[in-house]
Design a protein around this ligand. Structure first.
Ligand SMILES: Nc1ncnc2c1ncn2[C@@H]1O[C@H](COP(=O)(O)OP(=O)(O)O)[C@@H](O)[C@H]1O
Ligand SMILES: O=P(O)(O)O[C@H]1O[C@H](CO)[C@@H](O[C@H]2O[C@H](CO)[C@@H](O)[C@H](O)[C@H]2O)[C@H](O)[C@H]1O
Length: 481
């Protein structure tokens, strides 16, 4: 790995502190609530599709150093659009104003919020159709053959909850700009590249990507352009709607309700099975021996120890969780391959042509090296099983808030939530495994489910404390089993 390219601020006329307030405001900044300083800002290039025809759009990497006990540094990508006059339509994305050597005083905004700036990105991808197009200072746009982009697609920023930022171009394509970045391949791009070239219909096809290379020759993958799935509905929203249907029908069981989700869960199982098979075909699969099984269990134990520091309520269940991991340590080996790494219902989209799986970046909080490691496909299955558990519990929570004093009604809702979860977990798992998982697979699956629930207790404590009871109750159920 090269020396960090952002060790010193490199944009002398720009006060690095202008980024601090803005970062705190955004959904995608992962360091919220932690003390940090901006210790480097590098202007990495201008978007070529803008030069001479649009506003100045300059991309920046902003390095943060955390000033808490955990410490560490992270790099975020913040493209700026620079206007010589204030643009009130972009007030919400204002970053600061300063004097630029060539432009004079400028008002700087997060470029993702500006239609004009994003049109330059699209033009850069369109121009890259035959061979990669590089901007003067090193942003390079790449394309995959097979799709003619619509050059007229009007840009609009996707408003969903995200770790990155996505922009739609008309109804044709969607660009995801990665916010937290590291040198090296981004699995979201490399996996989409492999699956698109293999002709997979279980994902949104890759159309292109953008890179930057630092002075030491290290390549950064900074953005990805994909097929826009026009008819898509989020799997998580569909699952919630199905649970609400069940809760609205007091006298019916899950399989009798119009909004029953079991058929969708089954199809999702088949889709994941196909994706894993293609990933094996393309990137291979390795059988690793008993030491790999022990290392896997050690990793789970270490994550539990770290989680106990953040969520002390896990303590009464720690021994039961460790017993689940001990069973993994006793296995004589484990098959590993490329996997999704952070799969849940929010990473699935139901389109008119079936389910699609998105976002192959892995868990955003993990370092790249860890996200690139091969893993067991049962990690992804476990992620989905946890999601089938979450959906009814979220609706249950909302419903119980409405009828706080009615203990009987609350117990009834809890019963029905479990009924929904059980039915959909089973349909998904049976479809994925094409029957029953083997005994060893069940050991792995149980441990990954426990590991994910532990991770979720930390995630919820930090992000949605009101929801932490959902994974905590799951952990308690594991302990009681
Ligand atoms: N190709 C696509 N077409 C339509 N919508 C998409 C597409 N890819 C992602 N989305 C939507 O954007 C949301 C965020 O995408 P995702 O890849 O999960 O971003 P992030 O990495 O920021 O979490 C998804 O939940 C989905 O609703
Ligand atoms: O989508 P991300 O990669 O940002 O994943 C993180 O956030 C998810 C929530 O948005 C979180 O998922 C957890 O909550 C979901 C419901 O909102 C639920 O379906 C998942 O099963 C549960 O894990 C995910 O863990 C986190 O990494």
């Amino acid at each position: 790995m090269s020396e960090n390219p952002l060790d010193r601020p490199t944009v002398d006329h720009l006060d690095p502190q202008v980024f601090v307030d803005y970062l705190e405001k955004t959904r995608w900044f992962g360091g919220k609530g932690r003390p940090f300083e901006v210790t480097g800002v590098r202007r990495i290039g201008q978007v070529p599709g803008c030069v001479d025809v649009g506003p100045t759009v300059a991309d920046h990497l902003v390095e943060l150093t955390y000033r808490d006990a955990e410490g560490g540094r992270e790099t975020y990508q913040v493209p700026l659009v620079l206007y010589t006059e204030a643009e009130s339509r972009l007030d919400h994305a204002f970053i600061g104003w300063w004097e630029e050597p060539d432009l004079g005083w400028v008002h700087a905004y997060d470029a993702l919020h500006d239609r004009e700036a994003m049109a330059c990105w699209l033009r850069s991808f369109v121009a890259a159709s035959d061979s990669p197009v590089a901007g003067a200072t090193g942003l390079t746009f790449h394309r995959l053959p097979g799709h003619d982009l619509d050059p007229e697609g009007v840009a609009s920023l996707f408003t969903g909850e995200q770790s990155n930022s996505s922009v739609l171009f008309g109804e044709d394509s969607i660009m995801k700009l990665f916010r937290k970045v590291t040198a090296g391949p981004n699995p979201d791009i490399t996996v989409h590249d492999a699956l698109t070239r293999a002709g997979s219909t279980d994902i949104a096809a890759l159309y292109g990507w953008m890179t930057w290379t630092d002075h030491a020759g290290e390549e950064y993958h900074l953005a990805m352009l994909q097929q826009f799935l026009r008819t898509a509905t989020d799997g998580w929203d569909l699952a919630l709607a199905s649970v609400r249907d069940l809760f609205a029908e007091a006298d019916l069981h899950a399989h009798e309700v119009g909004g029953d989700f079991a058929g969708e869960s089954e199809r999702l199982g088949w889709t994941l099975r196909d994706v894993h098979a293609l990933l094996r075909e393309h990137f291979g699969v390795e059988r690793r021996g008993p030491e790999a099984a022990r290392a896997l269990a050690d990793g789970m134990r270490a994550r539990l120890d770290a989680a106990l520091e953040v969520v002390p309520e896990l303590a009464p269940h720690a021994d039961a969780l460790r017993a689940t991991y001990d069973a993994v340590a006793a296995l004589d080996g484990v098959d590993v391959q490329h996997v999704h790494g952070d799969l849940h219902l929010g990473q699935t989209l139901r389109t008119a042509k079936g389910w699609k799986i998105v976002d192959f970046e892995g868990e955003p909080a993990k370092p790249l090296a860890e996200r690139l490691e091969l893993d067991s496909p049962w990690r992804d299955v476990a992620g989905m099983l946890r999601s089938f558990d979450y959906a009814p519990r979220v609706v249950e929570k909302q419903s119980v808030d409405l009828s706080e004093d009615d203990a009987e009604a609350a117990a009834q809702l809890a019963y029905r939530a479990e009924e929904w979860a059980h039915r959909n977990r089973n349909h998904f798992l049976t479809a994925y495994a094409d029957g029953e998982p083997t005994a060893d697979e069940q050991v792995l699956l149980a441990a990954y489910v426990a590991d994910k629930a532990v991770y979720e207790t930390v995630y919820e404590t930090r992000n949605r404390p009101g929801w932490v009871s959902i994974p905590l109750e799951a952990v308690a159920r594991i302990g009681a089993a």
